[in-house]
Design a protein around this ligand. Structure first.
Ligand code: NAP
Length: 338
């Protein structure tokens, strides 16, 4: 049985109501009376001066807290999953995670509750589930994932660096009652280790059910990125992949090539060279699975790779053509030029 707030036994008289000695004595007698009434009725004191659930003030503050914090479930607690979780936790959200590998101790350090078992994870009923698995493993992860244990109105997201592929998988595989939001933070643990100011966050509201609650939850998640400083870019998954092939895939390819060359700082490094080194820094540490996923699951990537190869060949042939002309002139004299 709950003890109601008006019975709360404050030991000090309130300065407003008990000022004189006689009124103080009156107060002490009342308190003593309440204590003995309590003993005889076997009531137990569970909270003193605490806000009670029937308080409209307490109810309002619970509602306000729920409105600004989400319970976010991360599937795939690797490099990027952990990076994202840290920011969610710092922003006051409750984060739970599950992954193929056991990350229990890392999760404790990050303030995240880790579940080795996918069923247990889903039974926590997160508001939002974000797939942070590798591009290559998304399909098999979805096949095994116990969606039936989630709440029917869960918002399901992904952060894959390609977008048409997860969108199609979600639309084909997820039951109709789930909302779908495809996200791509265009930065990672290296490029986004400091501020996220002006870093692009691409999103496509693929399927958000009607009703204020669903719309607001989706907007609330997006507002998290906005308040971190991200530049919010609403774009279809198809357009994302078209643009990303000629920007992100090329960036990663060049970063990998330069990383493979094992470039290092020199005492006369120019600003241009420094930016090449930082390109290597921002791309070369990503897993090869990630890079291979950018290639395999973006239908535009092979065309861009061919264009890059062609451009390299053209630049190289400009150099060698001029060199050949020079050698020819040296060997055969100027007459031959005409
Ligand atoms: P990743 O190598 O692309 O993915 C690693 C994650 O995938 C880990 O959580 C890993 O789980 C899981 N995984 C790999 N193979 C699996 C399998 N066979 N079955 C189940 N899970 C498997 O590296 P990442 O950098 O962490 O990227 C994660 C996602 O974020 C990718 O989709 C990537 O495109 C996206 N993303 C990354 C960046 C970035 O800069 N890194 C930026 C934006 C978006 P375990 O650790 O448990 O093995």
């Amino acid at each position: 049985m709950h003890l109601l707030a008006p019975l709360a036994l404050t030991t000090k008289p309130s300065p407003l109501t008990y000022t004189s000695k006689s009124s103080n004595a009156l107060y002490q007698r009342r308190v003593a009376g309440k204590r003995s009434a309590l003993k005889s009725s076997k009531l137990c004191v569970r909270a003193i001066d605490a806000a009670q659930p029937f308080d409209s003030e307490a109810r309002q503050s619970i509602r306000a807290r729920e409105a600004i914090t989400l319970k976010i479930g991360i599937v795939g607690f690797g490099n990027f999953g952990q990076f994202l979780s840290k920011r969610f936790v710092a922003d006051g959200h409750t984060v739970i995670a599950t992954s193929r590998t056991d990350y229990c101790s890392t999760a404790v350090e990050l303030g995240v509750q880790f579940f080795k078992d996918g069923d247990d994870f889903c039974e926590e009923h997160p508001d939002v589930v974000i797939f942070c698995t590798s591009i290559l493993s998304l399909e098999s992860t979805l096949e095994e994932f116990p969606f039936q244990r989630l709440r029917r109105d869960t918002l399901v997201c992904d952060v894959l660096s390609v977008k048409q592929f997860p969108k199609h998988l979600f639309v084909q595989r997820l039951p109709k009652h789930f909302d779908i939001l495809c996200l791509h933070p265009m930065f990672g643990p290296d490029s986004g280790k400091g501020s996220w100011q002006d870093l692009p966050l691409v999103f496509d509201k693929v399927r958000i059910g009607e009703g204020d609650k669903r719309q607001e939850r989706c907007n609330h998640l997006l507002r998290f990125f906005e308040t971190q400083g991200c530049r919010m870019v609403e774009m279809s998954c198809e357009e994302h992949d078209r643009q990303a092939a000629s920007s992100q895939f090329i960036t990663h390819t060049v970063g990998r090539m330069l990383g493979t060359m094992e470039l290092s700082e020199t005492t006369i490094s120019t600003k241009g060279f420094d930016s090449l080194l930082s390109l290597v820094d921002n791309t070369y540490h990503d897993s090869f699975d990630l890079y291979y996923g950018l290639f395999l699951y973006n239908e535009n990537a092979s065309t861009e790779l061919a264009r890059l190869e062609l451009a390299f060949d053209q630049v190289k042939s400009q150099l060698f053509c001029r060199l050949h002309e020079l050698i020819r002139t040296e060997h055969f004299g100027k007459d031959l030029e005409t």
